[in-house]
Design a protein around this ligand. Sequence first.
Ligand SMILES: Cc1cc2nc3c(=O)[nH]c(=O)nc-3n(C[C@H](O)[C@H](O)[C@H](O)COP(=O)(O)OP(=O)(O)OC[C@H]3O[C@@H](n4cnc5c(N)ncnc54)[C@H](O)[C@@H]3O)c2cc1C
Length: 354
Amino acid sequence: MASFYSLRVLSVERETSDSVVVSFDVPAELRDSFSFEAGQYLTLRTPIEGEEVRRSYSLCSAPHEGAWKVGIKKVPGGKFSTFASEVLEAGAEMDVMNPQGRFLLKEGSGLHHLGIAAGSGITPILSQIKQVLSEDPAASYSLFYSNKTAASTMFREELQDLKDRFLDRLRVFYLLTREPVDADLLSGRLDQDRCKRLIDTFCKGRTLDAAYLCGPESMIMNCKEALVEAGMAEGDVKFELFTSASAVKPQVQVVETLDTDTVMMQVVLDGVTTSVELEKDKNLLDAALDAGLDAPYSCLGGVCCTCRAKMVEGKATMNINYALEPGEVERGYVLSCQAHVDGSGPVVLDFDQQ
Ligand SMILES: Cc1cc2nc3c(=O)[nH]c(=O)nc-3n(C[C@H](O)[C@H](O)[C@H](O)COP(=O)(O)OP(=O)(O)OC[C@H]3O[C@@H](n4cnc5c(N)ncnc54)[C@H](O)[C@@H]3O)c2cc1C
């Protein structure tokens, strides 16, 4: 169940001039709640200039390391990332939600995994590389990692150490967009054509068993197309979005088919059922929050899956969904921050069914 816990910040270490790595102290009694899989994220909550701000950050540490670390890259004008980079110090207390997310490694032994990351998108992929190469001696990993400049590349040193340790099983290809690189193929934006050429050149003769994409939305969608064109099954190409153009400006969708102004909704949260009046133009999460319930959420843009809940009764339509798999939607799961009720029948929304 998704809940916030107060954790102490163990350290805040500078990674590049515009990024930091924040490490949390998870006490023994919370270790079960905070167990995680590579690719999952933490949601952090703290007051900044009098306003409660919550943001998600992928764990860049791997489960076997016994550490809870996130890498935060400063976004110009960004509230939380600027706070983390300039104000946050070791010893501070912060509300941290137990790990969430389904950007997970494909199961199986001896697979060749392909990661494509840009900028801070390296964080979940770094965790995955460490986990799969440590746990499966037959696994191999190829990484295409794009950054503006060499100096702004996060975790360069750690990746170098990993390459030395897993000499024959880890390959890292750095791409730079704002600095010249000797090889023309590694210089410039990672678009569909470049992705295709990278695969043709560096993955020739290797099976592509699973791919993990994390970076700007356009890069993700272009590389996904290239990988599917190269013969990968869509289900084997996973991605994690940190933000999206459509998520930044959510379109409010009023459901026309609703014939009453309000619907009764039962919300199941932490084992307690509460009746909530749901107005027709409100999303399910807002209705629960407005009723005083401490329902889980983070991005509010359909990108993360912190607000995932199951429609046990009733139907809903989502404006945006970048996080749920088709099978989950079929089973009745919704991103409650994006879901509007369809029809006028009663609704039962369960946050506890994960
Ligand atoms: C599941 C998940 C995992 C994430 N993991 C990481 C991570 O490991 N490391 C990391 O640094 N970030 C990560 N993020 C992004 C992070 O949650 C914040 O969105 C980011 O730090 C910006 O927050 P902010 O408060 O500083 O900016 P805000 O005050 O929210 O935004 C300021 C401006 O920057 C724009 N903006 C917001 N995010 C980005 C972005 N990522 N790139 C470019 N422009 C942006 C906004 O549209 C706005 O215009 C993750 C997001 C999700 C949903």
